[in-house]
Write a protein that binds this ligand. Structure first.
Ligand code: SAH
Ligand code: SF4
Ligand code: F3S
Length: 479
């Protein structure tokens, strides 16, 4: 196959948006005859990077591979198919993947029949695909976030024709309602409510890698949740890059509030959602969160910066004052609500004063936790070419200052739980100590606790004995 027959990504194309509603594909997912059982006797190893949207995509990829009769394996050395579902959000995320692919060269040499596939957000980037084609001959298959439905055919081509296969569409995207899914957990589930993003924050690659904002229908989402309840799931997390924008493309009024209420009414024990963009967070939604005890009192509300000029240049469409007003309202209306946030330091030409504004907001909101990042220039985004005179050392120093503050407030909130009894949804044995279980409270606090006869998916009461900055220790309260 010649290079010009590849379907390559284009940032220019990915930037386009029209006003049309996305098509919903309900046709039964079909495996072409020639692809049936191509995985029989073969093992696959799937590694996922990045956010929950990617985790959920990996469950679809796993679902398709299972239908092709592949067997999942967590041992990369014995796999016949290695699939890396990648993230493009920051350069260090990408560097990790390139390093990983480099290391796979050895496995490929030992086993020339091994298929190495790269999917996800990195596959949507022009520069990345060109680099993979030029410098990483061990990669056999590259497919984009819009091409997952076609995996059986792409894999067949890579396997049988022994040719490099590249299919990455830079289109705005459809909604697929009939792809197979193998969920990785049996007690909590990710549920997509909207795909893509139209916000175009100037630093962010997601609107280019995931296409336009497109919402699933309320009835499709609710019936998925009902089915999960029937299967014994205890928690759903509703996923969208901006859940507050849910339903705008469907011309729904108060789309997210309506959806959230319908999901709460299914009676599932715990409902979560992410991510909330501070813009569009309406009163109706706040009222629904406050009204239903099975909607968890936990809101992830990315701030990014506390400085109006930086926020404007980020295209975030709110000011520091807007953010604080919303925060106050949420805190007043939702009892005992925990708040976390995302913050970027070192956006191009962020002054010391601008950084101080961010620290001021952190001091005011006293977040339960914050995910903090140094700005990473992403090719194709407006911020990539913004002038920047702030040194890497200054940015690193700001990150340390911010992280120290975040840890201090995190500990302060956690301390308040000492001596209290909290409800924990059990995830399993703790990674570090098999005699210890772990799980999350309603406020999304990680708890490690001792106890007996505890199973994954149980909702148990735990008495908190000790608070650290980012987790709590406790003991099971015997009923
Ligand atoms: N849709 C979500 C965020 C998805 S990306 C939202 O709008 O809140 C998760 C986080 O990564 C962002 O909130 C931001 O803080 C960070 N991020 C995104 N692009 C980045 C970049 N180029 N450099 C550094 N951090 C970035
Ligand atoms: Fe990226 Fe902004 Fe969209 Fe979030 S809202 S995914 S930060 S463009
Ligand atoms: Fe990464 Fe793509 Fe998610 S860039 S954060 S995997 S949407």
């Amino acid at each position: 196959m010649k290079k010009n027959e590849y379907e390559l990504p284009s940032i220019e194309q990915a930037r386009k948006r029209d006003k049309n509603r996305a098509a919903i594909e309900r046709g039964l997912f079909e495996i072409p005859d020639e692809c049936r059982n191509i995985g029989y006797g073969r093992k696959y190893y799937l590694r996922t990077y990045g956010c929950q949207a990617n985790q959920r995509d990996s469950e679809t990829i796993a679902g398709i591979l299972d239908e092709l009769a592949y067997t999942a394996s967590d041992n990369i050395n014995e796999a016949d198919l290695i699939l890396l579902n990648t993230c493009a959000i920051r350069k260090n995320a990408e560097d990790k993947v390139f390093g990983e692919i480099g290391a796979l060269k050895k496995l490929k040499r030992e086993n020339p029949d091994l298929i190495i596939a790269v999917s996800g957000c990195m596959a949507q980037e022009e520069g990345v695909v060109n680099k993979l084609l030029a410098q990483y001959p061990q990669v056999d298959l590259i497919f984009g976030t819009h091409n997952i439905y076609n995996l059986p055919k792409l894999l067949f081509e890579a396997l049988m024709a022994k040719e490099k296969v590249v299919e990455v569409f830079s289109k705005q995207g459809e909604i697929y309602e009939s792809l197979p899914t193998t969920r990785f957990l049996k007690h909590k589930a990710w549920v997509n409510i909207a795909y893509g993003c139209d916000k175009f924050c100037t630093y962010c690659i997601v609107p280019y890698t995931r296409g336009k904002e497109r919402s699933r229908l309320v009835e499709d989402i609710v019936s998925e949740v009902r089915q999960l309840v029937d299967e014994g799931y205890k928690e759903v997390c509703l996923l969208g890059q901006n859940v507050n924008a849910y339903g705008r493309d469907l011309k729904l009024e108060n789309g997210f509030a309506t959806l959230l209420e319908e999901v709460a009414k299914t009676g599932i024990d715990r409902v979560r959602f992410m991510t909330s963009h501070p813009w569009n967070f309406d009163d109706e939604t706040i009222d629904v969160i406050a009204k239903y005890p099975n909607i968890m009192p936990y809101i992830h509300l990315p701030l990014q910066s506390g400085n109006d000029e930086i926020l404007r240049r980020m295209n975030r469409r709110y000011t520091k004052e807007d953010y604080l007003k919303l925060f106050d309202k949420l805190k007043a209306k939702i009892k005992n609500c925990a708040f976390t946030t995302d913050i970027i330091v070192g956006f191009p030409n962020e002054s010391d004063e601008a950084f101080k504004d961010t620290l001021d907001v952190v001091d005011y909101c006293k977040f339960d936790n914050a995910f903090t990042f140094i700005f990473s220039p992403r090719e194709g985004t407006p911020a990539y070419s913004m002038e920047d005179s702030i040194s890497a050392e200054v940015k690193e120093e700001r990150l340390q200052i911010l992280n120290a503050k975040v840890a201090e407030y995190a500990l302060m909130h956690n301390k308040a739980f000492e001596g209290q009894v909290v409800e924990v949804l059990v995830d399993g044995e703790s990674k570090r100590n098999k005699k210890v279980y772990s799980g999350y409270t309603k406020e999304n606090k990680l708890v490690n606790f001792t106890g007996k006869n505890v199973n994954v998916g149980d909702l148990v009461n735990v008495k908190i004995t000790k608070a650290m900055s980012f987790s709590l220790n406790g003991e099971l309260v015997e009923e």
